[in-house]
Design a protein around this ligand. Sequence first.
Ligand code: C2O
Ligand code: CU
Ligand code: CU
Length: 489
Amino acid sequence: MVSRRRLLQAALLTALLPASLVQAVARAQSRNTFQVPPLYTGRKEGKDRYFDLQVQSGSAEIIPGYQTPTLGINQPFLGVTLRANRGERLYFTVENRLPKETTLHWHGMKLPARADGGPHQPIAPGAVWNSEFTIQQPAATLWYHSHQLHQTGVQVYHGLAGLFLIDDEESQRLNLPSTYGIDDFPVIIQDRDFNRDGTLQYLTTMRDRMMGKRGGTILVNGVVSPLLKVEKPLIRLRLLNGANARIYRLEFDDHRPFKVIGSDGGLLEQSRDARSVILAPGERAEILVDLSAGGVPILRHRPHNQRSPQREMSMMQRMMGEQDQFDIFQIDATGVESKPVALPTYLVKSSVDRSLPVQAERTMNLQMMMNPARFLMRDQFAINGKSMKMSRIDEVVNAGAVEIWKINNHTMMPHPFHIHNVQFQIIKRDGQREPHEFGFKDTVLVHPKESVILRIQFPKHRDPHTPYMYHCHILEHEDQGMMGQFVVV
Ligand code: C2O
Ligand code: CU
Ligand code: CU
């Protein structure tokens, strides 16, 4: 017979489970140390570099006392940081140790379509995929992640994402903080929800499907609200919005200024002073933070209160969870040497050839179909009236061509538009430009009803048979069809 006390305990336990999970999250928030993902530079032989990657499943103690099943690359949760130099030829073997198909896509890299790792290069369970390309672009913070058709959201959510750093001589001459994990820190920001048993909770509501999955717990490099103890008075943060759907507006709680030095495609021509930076999923920014005065600043996410004066819009934003605020992580600079730091202004020379003629202009209309008949279907998101089809090539581009793309957002919510194989310039937008938007980009946030005009010079990799993707980087929108294909001929 079960004792009364036992029953009482069991009842108490069930009643307390969600609360205890909340407490566990709160405990994690007060004591975690900042984790720097391990660096993996492969095996170098002259100008060649070899990487062996394994996509695997594992588990991680994200919330104290709970083992969360996760996915990772060369480790249980998230990917190791890859690093290589401009001019090197890279050779990858990617082994899929999962029981399901996956891909690995090198986001931001200029490369042949076959090597891209998009939905056309799936890796079957147990199979190995080979990718090779030469790095022909400047130093930058790129990243890599699963791009499995219709499954990108769930696979990235569980951990199939990591950083990919490119170095070059020009950036090394600048004397920027560049010692990984000492004064140069990767900051992968993601938000997640958890079930009572500690497993990751994905897509439970219609709102998640429409707006994209946003979680209530922020992770930095896989850790809940960590504390970063620094010793150097000047640090560089390589910020990546690795979230599925949430747009972050990042600032320090003491409103301290910082310098924005890089964007998706690498360093800016000149650093720019800022107190906040907006990053949509897929976007990166590199910033320098002066800590010579010490302190314990908190980097936080604090959205603007109501971008639009119209009442429906602010209601829409509330509905979308755009009013939520979060602490991202805290820096402990109480131990830094208090010597003044030199903040560089001029960084890199422009590599734009303005004399090249524009060969084509294209328009991309981002659409959400509100037709209730297709409400529960995959293809409720579209570009130019079409949802993603593997068998349909949407655009044909000439190798080396300069093109103007106009991205129109016809919906009530913002969409980060991403193009594979290129680093473009934003030449015009209706709204205000963010400091990092003066550099080269592969992803651009397009606000509701906004138009953004891009100048793109396409690299010279020709392949009429293998398409590249362009898509919204809200992964649930991508998975539900807001994606198209182009080939370079
Ligand atoms: Cu970051 Cu097509 O992806
Ligand atoms: Cu990409
Ligand atoms: Cu979208």
